[in-house]
Design a protein around this ligand. Structure first.
Ligand code: AMP
Length: 405
């Protein structure tokens, strides 16, 4: 990555503002039900604290308050959890910009400060320059460690970089290392596994990966549009009928590019989604009133054979309706196969594939699990991510780590 990273900065005595992704799930009592997004930002936070900054100002969004102050979307529970994780007090403010915020930071003896939810202001998602400047006015230097929002040009991800020297945190750097490696220089064979509901969400991804991958496996709901495009009867399985021509065109493009798109050959079908006891496996055509909700054993074996021959794997999208245990077998088998590999780089796109790997307790067995579903998808599609593009470039010839940085 040709961008400054947090290690390139001299942070001693500086006020450092860090964009984190603390968009954690909360239950009705506002308890955090999964604090991974906080723990994942700890390496950057702890490193900055070790550099003895004057202040470490953390900021994030939580939920979609859409420019309103919504008390249930306050970052207060995050401040409490951070205090526990860091073993030190965190000054939680009730706003994120303005003179009162500035004065509270200046008068407090605490080093770590957490600003209130950025999205309590519409100006945040509108990337309003005045709001960006107000955030920048709180600090001397900016670090972005929120990969999950790097695909959005918001005030705290893009706008602020126009006012401060801007560097990537460790989490952002790690994401770029693995996703960048897959897109730019994968060890081959490079196999991409795609699943999930819709072909339409993954058209650009397929188009871009056709230029890069050796094989593309397509399972999950999106496979049925491809199968129908090839004349296979898919019963009442999920299908985008307006994308049949596109699916055909993608299959032709793949052929021309010398990349095979491998599709499911057998499936777990049900007559009634709510009645798993009706489930059975079928190959080839599916009868009219049956719906495919997972891949079948022949397909699992076929996909596994391809997967074990790979040196780099990117997985985006489940093979079936993995949220329901009765239909999770295919996704689990593929996750376990990836987990068993040695000397292979396994990269899990965020979102549902990451949720599936977590559900099966296999997170530690993957090389990298992306923290940003949308951001990783856009990056793998070949799109530039505004939150990363906007960071300060490393000086030509590398960074000298001098006090000017
Ligand atoms: P996406 O957001 O497009 O990645 O889709 C993820 C969703 O696809 C998950 O919630 C899965 O339950 C769902 N899914 C995967 N396979 C199927 C299928 N065969 N039929 C219906 N939904 C599916």
């Amino acid at each position: 990555m040709n961008k400054l990273t947090v290690k390139d900065l001299n942070l001693k005595g500086k006020k450092v503002i860090v964009r984190c992704d603390f968009n954690v799930p909360l239950d009705e009592q506002l308890n955090i039900t999964d604090d991974r997004r906080i723990t994942e930002s700890l390496p950057t936070i702890k490193y900055i604290l070790e550099q003895k900054p004057a202040k470490l100002i953390l900021m994030s969004h939580l939920g979609r308050p859409e420019g309103q102050v919504v008390p249930a979307m306050s970052l207060k529970p995050v401040a409490a959890r951070l205090e526990k994780l860091l073993g030190q007090k965190v000054l939680m403010l009730d706003d994120c910009v303005g003179d009162k915020v500035k004065a509270s930071i200046a008068s407090s003896s605490e080093t770590v400060v957490l600003l209130e939810n950025l999205r309590f202001y519409k100006a945040e998602t509108k990337n309003d320059p005045e709001f960006s400047k107000k955030l920048a006015d709180l600090a001397d230097v900016y670090v972005n460690d929120a990969f999950g929002t790097a695909h959005r040009a918001h005030a705290s991800t893009e706008g602020i970089t126009h006012f401060l020297k801007s560097a990537a945190g460790f989490l952002l750097e790690k994401e770029m290392k693995y996703l960048g490696m897959a897109v730019e220089n994968p060890q081959r064979p490079f196999v991409v596994i795609l699943g999930g509901k819709k072909v339409s969400d993954k058209i650009m991804l397929i188009e871009n990966l056709l230029k890069k991958a050796n094989k593309i496996i397509v399972g999950g709901g999106m496979a049925y549009t491809f199968l129908k495009a090839q004349g296979i009867n898919i019963g009442k399985s999920i299908c985008e009928n307006d994308k049949l021509d596109l699916a055909k065109a993608l299959l032709d493009k793949a052929k021309a590019a010398g990349v095979t798109i491998e599709l499911s050959e057998d499936y777990l079908v049900v007559q009634d989604f709510g009645k798993p006891e009706t489930k059975k496996y079928v190959s080839g055509n599916i009868d009219n009133d049956w719906e495919a909700i997972d891949i079948g054993p022949k397909t699992i074996e076929k996909f596994k054979k391809i997967i074990v021959s790979a040196k780099t794997i990117v997985w985006n999208g489940p093979m079936g309706v993995f949220e329901n245990d009765a239909y999770a077998g295919g996704t689990k088998a593929i996750a376990e196969c990836l987990a068993s590999l040695k000397g292979v780089t396994t990269i899990i796109g965020g979102g549902d594939s990451a949720a599936a790997v977590a559900k099966f307790g296999l997170e530690d067995k993957m090389t990298h699990i992306s923290t940003g579903g949308g951001a990783s998808l856009e990056y793998l599609e070949g799109q530039a991510l505004p939150g990363i593009e906007a960071l300060t470039n490393k000086p030509a010839g590398g960074c000298c780590s001098c006090s000017c940085c």
